[in-house]
Ligand binder design. Structure first.
Ligand code: PHE
Length: 511
C-alpha cells in the first residue's frame, strides 16, 4: 500500500476505530483521550477526505411522557378503564348515563370512543337512545385489571429516565400499543436526535491493520521547525476548505439594540435631546390631554391595558378644568370640542402607555418655552393579537420640534431625513388622521411589494397646545421601531426579534 500521510490525531482515530463496527464521536473522544470534540471531528473529516473513513448520520427517536400521559401513569389506569368499571354490575348502560361514572365532562365521550375502538364495548341505538354494552373481551379486560399493553408501555416510558425510551425499544415492547398511543393527544412526546457514527472504510481498515509505519503530517509550522530546518523534510498538510471546523461567532449587540443605538445617534446629531417616561400613566396624560375623546375606540379595554394597581393617578385640577372645557366646548380655541360630558373619573384611570406621545406632551407641559427639540425611544403596550407585523409590546420612536415658524413641510423633511439616515431614502408620506394633530400624515415604506405603515406624525392641534400656553407650532411624530428593524434587516416576521433564537442572532450580521 502506498504511503499515507496522517496527523497524530488522525492516527489516533484510525487506531481507535480499527476492527470496530463504528463508534459515536462522543465515545471516540472518551476512548481516544481527546480533550475536545473538534479534534475528533476534524481528524474524522480529514480521514474521510482521504477515503479512509465514513461518517453516517441517522435520526434517533425517543419518547417521553406528555402531560396527560404522566397523569395516567400516576393514576395507574387509562380513562377508558375507569369508564369500563361502570359495567361491573350491568352489562348494558344508557350512554347518556355514563356520566354518572364520576368522570369529568368531556372525558367520558373520549373514553367511550376508545372502549369502542378497542372492542371492549359496543354501542347501538334503540328507540332514539344510545346504549353501551360490554363485550366478552371487555369483561375479560375488566377482570384482568387496568394494566393493558398501552399502559404498560406508558409505564416503561415513565421509567426510561431523562433521555426517554428509544423507539426501537418501544417497538419491541409493544408495536401496536405504540402506534395506538401515538394517535392519542397529550400522551407521548417524541424527541429526535441526530446520531453520528464513524467507521473505517475497507481501505481504512487495511491501513490500520497493516502495521505500516505512518508518516507524520505537519499541520502547523512552528518556529522550532523553521529554526532547525526540519521543515524541509516535513510533509505539510495542504489546505482543504471542505473539512470540518467549528463556526465561531463573536459577541455582538442584538439587532434591536443596534438599531436603537443608531436612532439615538441620528437624533443626537440632528440636535435633539433624549427624554424618558414611565410605562404606567393616567388616561389623562395618555389620552385626555391629547384631545382623544373619551369614547374613542382606542380607549376601549379591547385596545388598552388598564391597571388594577395602582388604579388611579392624580393630575392638576386646574389643568383638568381646561381639558374638560376643551373636550366639551372647545374653550376659546375656536374649536367646537367633542360636545359630550367629560368624565374626570375616567381620566384618573391608569394604563400602560399606548404611545410615547404621552412623554412629549408631559415634557412640553414642563418646558413650554421654545425652542424644544426632544426625542425618545420607548416601549408601548396595546391589546393586539400578535402576528408577523403586530406585537402587544413594541417600541416607538417619538419626537417633537417646537419653534417659531415650524411648519408641515419641515415635518416631512425631518422625517425623510431621519429615514434617509437610517438607510431608507424611499419612504413615502400620505394624509392621515389623529385626534391630536392637524394636518396629520402617515409614513409608509414598501415591504415585500406592499405598503407597510411605519408611523404617524402631524402638528399638534390648538386643543392640545392651548392649556400650556404654547405659542409656536409643535411638530410631532411617533414611529414604530420593530417595523423599521424588519425593513432594516429584511425580517418578514417581527416576532423573530423577541424569540431569542440564538442560531438566527449569531448568523445575522449586525449593520
Ligand atoms: N401616537 C401616534 C401612534 O401611536 C403616532 C403619532 C405621534 C401621530 C405624534 C401624530 C403625532 O401611532
Amino acid at each position: 500500500m502506498a504511503e499515507v500521510e496522517l496527523s497524530l490525531n488522525e492516527r489516533k482515530v484510525l487506531l481507535a476505530l480499527s476492527g470496530k463496527d463504528g463508534m459515536q464521536p462522543e465515545e471516540l473522544q472518551r476512548e481516544g483521550g481527546f480533550s475536545q470534540m473538534v479534534e475528533v471531528m476534524s481528524a474524522a473529516s480529514w480521514l474521510k477526505s482521504k477515503g479512509l473513513l465514513d461518517i453516517h448520520e441517522r435520526i434517533e427517536t425517543s419518547y417521553t411522557l406528555d402531560r396527560e400521559g404522566r397523569q395516567h401513569v400516576e393514576r395507574g389506569e387509562l380513562p377508558e378503564f375507569t369508564l369500563l368499571r361502570a359495567f361491573k354490575n350491568a352489562d348494558r348502560l344508557e350512554a347518556s348515563k355514563l356520566h354518572e361514572a364520576g368522570m369529568p365532562r368531556g372525558t367520558v365521550e373520549i373514553a367511550l370512543g376508545w372502549l369502542k375502538r378497542k372492542g371492549w364495548v359496543s354501542v347501538n341505538k334503540e328507540g332514539g337512545k344510545s346504549f353501551a354494552t360490554i363485550t366478552e373481551e371487555g369483561k375479560r379486560r375488566l377482570a384482568e385489571g387496568p394494566l393493558s399493553e398501552d399502559l404498560r408501555l406508558l409505564k416503561a416510558v415513565a421509567g426510561a429516565g431523562e433521555g426517554g425510551l428509544p423507539e426501537e425499544e418501544a417497538k419491541r415492547l409493544g408495536p401496536q400499543a405504540l402506534s395506538l398511543l401515538l394517535t392519542r393527544k397529550g400522551l407521548l412526546k417524541a424527541r429526535e436526535r441526530h446520531v453520528r457514527s464513524l467507521s473505517l472504510t475497507e481501505k481504512g481498515n487495511k491501513l490500520a491493520g497493516s502495521g505500516l509505519r505512518v508518516g507524520e503530517e505537519i499541520t502547523q509550522l512552528t518556529p522550532e521547525l523553521l529554526q532547525s530546518g526540519r521543515w524541509k523534510d516535513a510533509e505539510l498538510r495542504p489546505y482543504d476548505v471542505h473539512t470540518f471546523a467549528p463556526a465561531s461567532y463573536g459577541g455582538k449587540a442584538h439587532v434591536l439594540r443596534e438599531s436603537i443605538a443608531r436612532i439615538r445617534d441620528i437624533f443626537l446629531h440632528m440636535g435633539f435631546t433624549e427624554i424618558r417616561g414611565d410605562y404606567v400613566d393616567s388616561c389623562f396624560w395618555n389620552m385626555d390631554v391629547l384631545f382623544i375623546p373619551q369614547d374613542h375606540p382606542a380607549r376601549d379595554a379591547q385596545d388598552t391595558f388598564y391597571m388594577k394597581n395602582p388604579a388611579r393617578a392624580e393630575f392638576p385640577a386646574e389643568l383638568a378644568e381646561k381639558v374638560k372645557k376643551l373636550h366639551e366646548t372647545g374653550g376659546d380655541t375656536g374649536s367646537e370640542g367633542w360636545k359630550y360630558k367629560w368624565s374626570e373619573e375616567e381620566a384618573h384611570r391608569t394604563l400602560l402607555r399606548t404611545h410615547t406621545t404621552v412623554n412629549t406632551i408631559r415634557y412640553l407641559s414642563e418646558h413650554p418655552e421654545p425652542p424644544v427639540k426632544v426625542f425618545s425611544v420607548g416601549k408601548v403596550f396595546r391589546r393586539e393579537a400578535t402576528d408577523p407585523k403586530h406585537l402587544a409590546e413594541f417600541h416607538q420612536i417619538e419626537g417633537i420640534v417646537m419653534e417659531e415658524g415650524a411648519n408641515f413641510r419641515m415635518l416631512i423633511g425631518l422625517i425623510q431625513e431621519f429615514y434617509a439616515r437610517m438607510g431608507f431614502p424611499e419612504v413615502r408620506v400620505r394624509p392621515s388622521y389623529f385626534p391630536y394633530t392637524e394636518p396629520s400624515l402617515e409614513v409608509v415604506v414598501n415591504f415585500d411589494g406592499k405598503w407597510m405603515e411605519l408611523g404617524g406624525a402631524g402638528i399638534f392641534r390648538p386643543e392640545v397646545t392651548a392649556p400650556f400656553g404654547l405659542k409656536h407650532p409643535v411638530l410631532a411624530w411617533g414611529l414604530g421601531l420593530e417595523r423599521l428593524v424588519m425593513k432594516r434587516y429584511g425580517i418578514s416576521d417581527m416576532r423573530l426579534l423577541y424569540m431569542g433564537d440564538l442560531e438566527w442572532m449569531r448568523k445575522t450580521p449586525i449593520l
